[in-house]
Design a protein around this ligand. Structure first.
Ligand code: PFF
Length: 467
């Protein structure tokens, strides 16, 4: 046991930090759009089955590996006697690194919109798409491009806030930050939910989200729901291994897993029940779209058409901001913890160095959105070698290949190398019996790996992004 490693100061501290990691842009920004595409109720139903059957066993496994090894993501596998699985940790660490590069920039855009709604909501309303493009360095009216100062400046600020929290450490920074951020997020979520549900015409959206269109229950929708669940629960990036390693032995991993997964799912579902009814009520079903444009462009129409829209718009972007901050903090902690332990670096300079590096790489992500034609390179069996925009290539790499690979490695490691019995023993170390021994062993050995292999194959052979 390495007594020098940080530990959570309280039970609540861990729960809120883990939930803070899970509840992110994925819940509020990606989930509603996917739920809409997936037919509302049909998608919800699949998602609600996937979380307990695949997400919970996978999260429990990552937490158990972290706590048992008491180690960062790369060394965890070696410490548990399986050096051959260290590659899983390397992949996880690399995913966290790449994702942080762009996640922090999108966080910066959110911060920009908090300021926009606070100071010039009329400008956003006047031309939502033009405003969004202008942030990214593209003047749509004149068809000219320029350096995206707004997006980059706010991304810098966003990264600086995260770095500050990480430098303060696990208990003094991450835990304290989440203890404020997460309750704030829940309160805002509730206020927005009440506002959306009471909009005239919101009933159509609510009905859509609850209707079960069985034609939408397709393998494709299932895979999209599955990928979304992994992303949303922060799995396949070895974050839960790092956070699990700060967990004391008295803690009940089973209960914690249950709580974090439930909370994450609840936030995603409630976000769906806010956004879809609000869009139906103000713009109609055609207003729903996916991706960045949706959160930043379509929603302007929603807030413009609702009473108190500027206020609720500001609240919405604050909600997104808290969600993005707590998730980015978890990603950076996973990256920094490894460097500190492996290379004996100090926390403060390490944090500053990686944050600066990730911010700079992220600039390429933001610049390649609209301002400059920076290209990446990609390969899949359906399309061969292609040269997508740099920002797309980054997301393809993490979403299509690396996250599923790391998640698969974790499941196979626990299911077949370390063995479910070891994870179960780790869970029971707190003195409580683990209630789902048989189901857990079966799910982690067979169901989760099989499902992830399908995701990987579909991504590589058909060239589609499922997450
Ligand atoms: N779970 C986060 C979301 O839903 O946005 C994304 C994420 C954050 C994934 C941190 C992984 C992670 F380590």
């Amino acid at each position: 046991m390495n007594n020098n490693r940080a530990k959570w100061g309280s039970k609540l501290g861990f729960i809120l930090a883990a939930a803070g990691s899970a509840v992110g842009l994925g819940n509020i920004w990606k989930f509603p759009g996917k739920a809409f595409e997936g037919g509302g109720g049909a998608f919800l139903l699949m998602y609600l089955l996937i979380v307990p059957l695949i997400g919970m066993p996978a999260m429990l496994s990552e937490l158990a590996v972290g706590r048992a090894s008491d180690s960062n993501v790369v060394d965890a596998f070696r410490k548990l006697g399986h050096k051959g699985y260290s590659w899983v940790g390397w992949v996880g660490w690399s995913v966290a690194f790449i994702i942080t590069c762009y996640y922090s920039h999108v966080g910066g855009w959110v911060l920009r919109y908090v300021f926009s709604y606070a100071t010039e909501a009329h400008a956003v309303y006047a031309d939502p798409l033009g405003y969004f493009y202008a942030m990214l360095g593209y003047n749509a009216a004149a068809d000219t491009t320029f350096f995206p100062w707004a997006a980059i400046g706010f991304a810098f600020l966003f990264m600086a806030i995260c770095a500050f929290v990480i430098i303060r450490g696990v208990e003094g920074g991450i835990e304290k930050f989440n203890k404020v951020g997460m309750p704030a997020l829940l309160v805002i979520l509730l206020i927005l939910f009440v506002r959306a549900a009471t909009l005239p015409g919101a009933g159509d959206g609510l009905r859509y989200m609850l209707s079960l269109d069985l034609r939408k229950v397709t393998p494709q929708t299932f895979l999209i729901a599955l990928s979304q669940a992994f992303y949303s629960l922060s799995l396949g990036m070895a974050i839960m291994i790092t956070y699990g390693s700060y967990l004391s032995h008295e803690e009940n991993i089973e209960k914690n897993t249950f709580f974090v997964c439930t909370m994450d799912t609840l936030v995603a579902v409630v976000a769906g029940f806010i956004i879809i009814p609000a869009v139906f009520a103000t713009l109609g079903p055609d207003g729903v779209g996916k991706g960045g444009g949706f959160a930043f462009v379509s929603l302007a129409g929603v807030f413009e058409h609702m009473a108190g829209g500027v206020f609720f718009g500001l609240l919405f972007y604050l909600l997104l901001l808290f969600a993005a901050l707590t998730s980015t903090v978890s990603l950076i902690e996973g990256i920094v913890a490894f460097l500190i332990e492996r290379l004996y670096w100090k926390r403060t300079p390490t944090t500053i160095a990686v944050c600066v590096l990730m911010f700079c790489i992220g600039c390429l992500y933001t610049c390649s959105q609209a301002a400059f034609p920076i290209k990446g390179i990609w390969f899949d069996f359906a399309n061969g070698v292609t040269f997508p925009a740099f920002c797309d290539a980054m997301e393809f790499l993490t979403d299509r290949v690396m996250i599923p690979l790391c998640a698969l490695g974790c499941c196979v490691f626990v299911g077949w190398a370390w063995k479910p019995e070891s994870a179960i023993a780790e869970v029971e170390r707190c003195g409580d019996k683990f209630r789902f021994v048989k189901a857990y062993s079966f799910l982690i050995k067979f169901v989760a790996p099989a499902a992830i292999i399908v995701i990987l194959c579909v991504s590589l052979f058909t060239g589609t992004t499922l997450s």
